[in-house]
Design a protein around this ligand. Sequence first.
Ligand SMILES: Cc1ncc(COP(=O)(O)O)c(C=O)c1O
Length: 383
Amino acid sequence: MKLTRDARFSTICIHGGQEPDPATGAIITPIYQTSTYVQDELGRHKGFEYARTQNPTRSAVEANLAAIEGGKAGFAFASGMAAINAVATLLEAGDHVVVTDNTYGGTYRLFEQILTRYGLTFSWVDTSRPELIAGAMRPETKMVFVETPTNPVLRLTDIAKAAEIARARGAWLVVDNTFASPALQRPLELGADIVVHSTTKYLNGHSDGVGGIIVVARDEDAERVRFVQNAAGAILGPFDSWLVLRGTKTLPLRMERHSANAQALAGFLASHPKVSRVIYPGLPDHPQHELARRQMRGFGGMLSFELASFEAARAVLNRVRLMALAESLGGVETLICHPATMTHASVPAERRAAIGISDSLVRISVGVEDVADLEDDLRQAIG
Ligand SMILES: Cc1ncc(COP(=O)(O)O)c(C=O)c1O
């Protein structure tokens, strides 16, 4: 199965990095559930020695995601946080990182509560304003780490501008592309050096596996990440790799439906008298709607909205029937959550307030159900 150089995105998702199994011709890469490989003779083997270092199912998902993100190589990890932690090992004590002030709470916890103990320093800035990124750069800044759109207030960073600023200082631009997915946004094309994902979300897409991926644009970064992946060992297992591979085949279809459903729900919420604010990049009143149109090929499946009070938010969260009250996002089923006490509980209250995560903010990961059923559920829950 040879992909031509000009194969389009949906074709790459299905065929990128995929070959029929060499042993049987199976069209789907098998789950190579093994820890080791028998060698032909001393010093001669088939390219596989030990499964932390090489596993064909993991290699298949890594090649697939490298193709989907348009990178040189991909490396699959046991979780999104393991992938982000591995990216951070490119740094050395004394290095400084400029980070989006509104990243996933777990990224904040990893950077501030663990990595600062190893001599790294972090400046948390509103990267939706490029001048603030530029202003935060120091001689020892080695990385700019951006999440766009952010979770849960859906602020966007102009990736091309961030790349320009990072490149001028010889720093890596790393983009956490979990929220948009490569179906909507390909940061390497816009000048980023490294993309990370929690594959737990849209790439897997079916809420049945935890994982992470790093895709790099350059060979020298590939060498470093490959070394860290093997040396530190936080690899993605074969079955979870297989689940992500199953997921990426339908990524473009799912993202189209996620985006259409979210756009419709955002419109419904915006006209609801009990909803004081709707945050969705596809709404013309989103402060970065124009950037979203330029930088993304669809506005995604995540939206947030505010009610009058925490009590009102609590009532909606407890009354929904079809939507599931749960953390996480990006699966086919719709999830609803309360960022202040769930996904962002590890972020101090004053930082949450500064970012705009109020106690009355509700986040929805809009699934691919019939949108009329989702609207009915919200209507009865809001009352
Ligand atoms: C944007 C983003 N990055 C990273 C992570 C961490 O991924 P994982 O939960 O797979 O470790 C999450 C998890 O919610 C996330 O939303």
